[in-house]
Design a protein around this ligand. Structure first.
Ligand SMILES: *[C@@H]1O[C@H](CO)[C@@H](O)[C@H](O)[C@H]1NC(C)=O
Ligand SMILES: *[C@@H]1O[C@H](CO)[C@@H](O)[C@H](O)[C@H]1NC(C)=O
Ligand SMILES: *[C@@H]1O[C@H](CO)[C@@H](O)[C@H](O)[C@H]1NC(C)=O
Ligand SMILES: *[C@@H]1O[C@H](CO)[C@@H](O)[C@H](O)[C@H]1NC(C)=O
Ligand SMILES: *[C@@H]1O[C@H](CO)[C@@H](O)[C@H](O)[C@H]1NC(C)=O
Ligand SMILES: *[C@@H]1O[C@H](CO)[C@@H](O)[C@H](O)[C@H]1NC(C)=O
Ligand SMILES: *[C@@H]1O[C@H](CO)[C@@H](O)[C@H](O)[C@H]1NC(C)=O
Ligand SMILES: *[C@@H]1O[C@H](CO)[C@@H](O)[C@H](O)[C@H]1NC(C)=O
Ligand SMILES: *[C@@H]1O[C@H](CO)[C@@H](O)[C@H](O)[C@H]1NC(C)=O
Ligand SMILES: *[C@@H]1O[C@H](CO)[C@@H](O)[C@H](O)[C@H]1NC(C)=O
Length: 480
């Protein structure tokens, strides 16, 4: 063995043994919100809560700048809309690395992963990204090698929860979806060659929501849930079931030893029945206990994913609601950085710390003026909800119990806040009225938005998402 290959071998050995010991919990930080918290405040919040890893969905310059010197491990994302360009061009990959990575790297900025695409194999996208995913990953890897960063930054491909399945519901029959199984082999070859882990999103909530064969208790890690038996193996919760379905799929594909990172896992708190704060709390506690117990799963006993990333840091009021109204309510924290429930995120620190000195707009709300003839107010509310966030009004959600015209006021207020409380955004044909009395009732919170100091530009696939949610909102609110 030559010295060079010996050194390479030593490097690999160290990397492998350290990754198998490291066990960390990170969080997904998305910014698809009308009034997101300023990135510097978010980084402060992460530090206060001793959160040491974040996964981003893009490479927003303000976000990356705020993470500079923070010592927080970062995953940056490449949107699906860029995959085509990157597949055919190493030059494009080199500029991406230069613009979106190199300039932010420093001794205390740890960019650990580049996620190529955001769930490019999600079934609802069809096959549009298949031809470009691996090519884009190869280009990015080549550009990293040229920039001498390949030993610091790993290239990964986040895989959606619906990329693997088992018709019988039994993990021993798991396999990748047949339309992606060829592409998946190339993905796995690439990851093996570059010694990168398999990033997978697992969603017990969606498994429960879409598949009535899974009980809520099973999804929530309740010890009283009926186990699902797969010959001699017994599954006590939905996470273990999904995880081992993936292990079988990887094994069948010829890659039984892949390291796994759970890149998204969480429970929403609004926008659907059973998407509640108390269920989310039970879920997250169950998840963290399961992860920390290191007992593993029946197919990988005493082994755990090397990292998990909770989904997600904040509620985001501009996210696509194609999959459901719950999509805007995955946050561990509310849009303004207040913990929705308490979890032991950093072992020992029993309470989450809220965002500090948050800058809100004035304490003003827009409601329907009951002194007028408001028989026409519903049409105005429906129109407001096209851009406003009315997901909390849907069945089973926190504001569903508002009777008419309370739900009209809710829609008016959401629109008014999203437009920075401009007086002309509380008109609604003369039916709107500004008040300083908080109209919130019970769990139904009428938000006051944050002062906008940070704006997110919408481009590419986000624009498409906007159109989809626009149409869906109209459909949902026909009932108003
Ligand atoms: C993707 O890139 C590869 C080269 O890396 C090329 O052979 C292939 O044709 C490209 N695919 C498409 C669909 O452009
Ligand atoms: C950097 O990433 C952003 C999107 O995250 C993209 O719009 C931009 O084109 C990228 N820069 C290059 C040179 O590719
Ligand atoms: C539904 O669950 C039961 C056990 O709880 C199992 O026997 C059955 O195979 C499952 N069916 C499907 C379609 O997953
Ligand atoms: C991919 O799926 C098809 C159809 O289900 C199957 O015939 C084929 O064997 C699968 N290939 C691999 C490599 O799993
Ligand atoms: C499932 O397995 C457990 C533990 O092995 C056993 O106690 C239980 O009776 C089994 N349940 C069914 C329905 O087979
Ligand atoms: C889910 O929520 C609905 C509506 O609140 C409720 O009827 C149902 O019982 C819940 N499901 C479970 C399994 O508890
Ligand atoms: C309110 O307006 C509606 C429709 O314009 C009309 O039918 C109704 O009579 C009015 N009600 C009152 C109390 O004026
Ligand atoms: C209600 O809307 C109809 C049609 O736009 C309009 O003719 C009517 O005057 C409105 N009524 C009130 C009370 O605003
Ligand atoms: C809404 O009202 C129903 C019936 O009065 C009640 O059972 C339910 O708990 C209420 N939901 C909320 C979120 O307040
Ligand atoms: C608003 O309240 C009215 C009356 O209770 C109801 O008919 C309508 O469906 C509600 N709309 C929504 C979106 O909750």
């Amino acid at each position: 063995m030559g010295l060079h290959s010996l050194m390479a071998y030593t490097f690999i050995a160290i990397t492998l043994s350290s990754t198998s010991r490291v066990q960390s919990i990170g969080i997904n930080w998305g910014t698809t919100a009308s009034h997101p918290l300023p990135p510097s405040k978010v980084v402060e919040l992460l530090k206060l809560n001793k959160i040491t890893k974040v996964k981003l969905f893009d490479s927003n310059p303000q976000v990356l700048e705020s993470l500079t010197g923070s010592n927080i491990g970062v995953t940056v994302g490449i949107p699906n809309s860029m995959l085509h360009t990157l597949n055919s061009s190493i030059k494009a990959a080199e500029s991406w690395i230069h613009d979106n990575l190199t300039r932010y790297l420093s001794d205390r900025t740890r960019i650990e992963y580049i996620a190529v695409g955001d769930e490019p194999f999600l079934q609802s996208y069809g096959s549009q990204f298949y031809p470009f995913v691996v090519g884009a990953a190869i280009s990015i890897e080549a550009a990293l090698i040229r920039a001498k960063l390949a030993n610091k930054v790993k290239v990964v491909i986040p895989c959606s929860f619906d990329a693997f399945q088992s018709e019988s519901g039994l993990p021993s029959k798991g396999h990748f979806r047949s339309d992606i199984n060829k592409t998946m082999i190339s993905v796995l070859k690439f990851l093996t060659k570059t010694q990168s882990p398999f990033f997978v999103n697992i969603s017990p909530f969606l498994s429960y929501y879409q598949n009535k064969n899974i009980s809520l208790d099973f999804a929530l890690f309740k010890p009283t849930a009926h186990p699902r038996n797969d010959s001699h193996r017994s599954y006590k919760n939905s996470l273990e079931l999904s995880y081992d379905t993936l292990i079988t799929a990887l094994t069948v594909a010829g890659f039984p030893q892949m390291d796994i990172v759970i890149s998204q896992i969480g429970w929403p708190t609004d926008g659907a029945p059973n998407a509640t704060v108390s269920n989310a709390e039970v879920f997250t506690k169950g998840l963290l206990d399961h992860f920390r117990s290191k007992k593993g799963t029946p197919l990988r006993p005493r082994a755990t994913p090397i990292e998990i990333y909770l989904y997600t840091l904040f509620d985001e009021d501009q996210r696509s609601i194609t999959a459901g109204n719950f999509e805007r309510h995955w946050g561990l924290f509310t849009f303004d950085g207040q913990a929705k429930y308490q979890v032991d995120f950093d072992q020992g620190a029993k309470r989450l710390v809220n965002a500090q000195s948050v800058d809100y707009l004035a304490s003003k709300w827009c409601v329907v003026n009951n002194n007028l003839n408001i028989s026409n107010a519903t049409a105005h509310a429906t129109e407001a909800c096209i851009s406003a966030d009315c997901t909390a009004l849907s069945p089973g959600s926190s504001c569903f119990n508002l009777s008419w015209p309370g739900n009209v006021s809710y829609a008016f207020n959401s629109y008014y806040q999203q437009h920075d409380q401009r007086a002309d955004s509380c008109d609604f044909g003369g039916l709107g009225m500004i008040t300083t009395v908080d109209p919130s009732v019970g769990n139904c919170r009428f938000n006051v938005e944050l002062k906008a100091s940070f704006s997110v530009s919408f481009h590419g696939s986000n624009f498409h998402h906007h159109l989809v949610s626009f149409v869906l909102t109209i459909l949902v609110l026909q009932r108003l």
